[in-house]
Design a protein around this ligand. Structure first.
Ligand code: COA
Length: 188
């Protein structure tokens, strides 16, 4: 398994994994009617747009990372700098069959590396559904601190409590650094 920057050719596989991960991880959290609707089509459109932009014009304001094994995408993460200067870890998903095998940790490690390279001194944060106990256990294990709690209203019309976890610039983000297979230059 190695981790590399995502390109537009990864859009389909990422969208499929993203959808499957939501169906698995959020089955007991989100309404079934929402999960059974047009998730895959929406994900495909989103990733095609994101990765086409990134491939055409890398600007270091965002970054897709994919974990690849034998040509298959087994995990991914997406980072985007926000208006307040913080770096949002917007999506982090590992193939359901490959959870708890270290892929998530390596993706987060690369994400921290990218943030340190292109946005030094900035906080990295993410938003996780409060009922996603497994992911919260993972973030806590990696030293994330809960910094905010709020209720998110989804466009489909339901609301869910969300917790923000953050890693400040001076917090110990050295969880497995440096990564073995990607340099900052490659991450663009
Ligand atoms: C959350 C997720 C990304 C974690 O990735 P992963 O590859 O399964 O996690 P790793 O194997 O890298 O685990 C790293 C460490 O976290 C710990 N950990 C992982 N899952 C955990 C859990 N459910 N509870 C407590 N600790 C956990 C591991 O034991 C490991 O600790 P160790 O290094 O001391 O052994 C992955 O499980 C996933 O895709 N979940 C579904 C989608 C999701 O919820 N994404 C987050 C959206 S906000």
């Amino acid at each position: 398994m190695h981790i590399r920057p995502g390109t537009k050719d990864d859009a389909e596989q990422i969208a499929e994994l993203h959808t499957r991960s939501w169906l698995t991880a959020y089955a007991e959290i989100m309404p079934a009617s929402y999960l059974n609707a047009s998730l895959l089509d929406e994900r495909k459109a989103m990733w095609r747009t994101r990765l086409a932009a990134e491939t055409a014009e890398p600007d270091h304001a965002r970054c897709a990372l994919v974990a690849v094994e034998g040509g298959a995408v087994v995990g991914f993460a997406y980072l985007a700098v926000q208006g307040d200067g913080r770096v949002l870890l917007d999506n982090l998903h590992v193939q359901p069959e490959r959870k708890q095998s270290g892929i998530g940790r390596r993706l987060v490690c690369h994400a921290f590396g990218w943030a340190a390279e292109w946005h030094p001194g900035r906080t990295v944060y993410l938003e996780v559904l409060r009922d996603n106990a497994a992911a919260i256990g993972f973030y806590r294990r990696l030293g994330g601190q809960p910094t905010r709690e709020f209720v998110e209203r989804f466009p489909a019309g339901f609301e869910l409590p969300v917790v923000e976890y953050a890693w400040g610039p001076s917090s110990s983000r050295v969880i497995d650094w440096p990564p073995e297979s990607v340099s900052g230059d490659q991450l663009g």
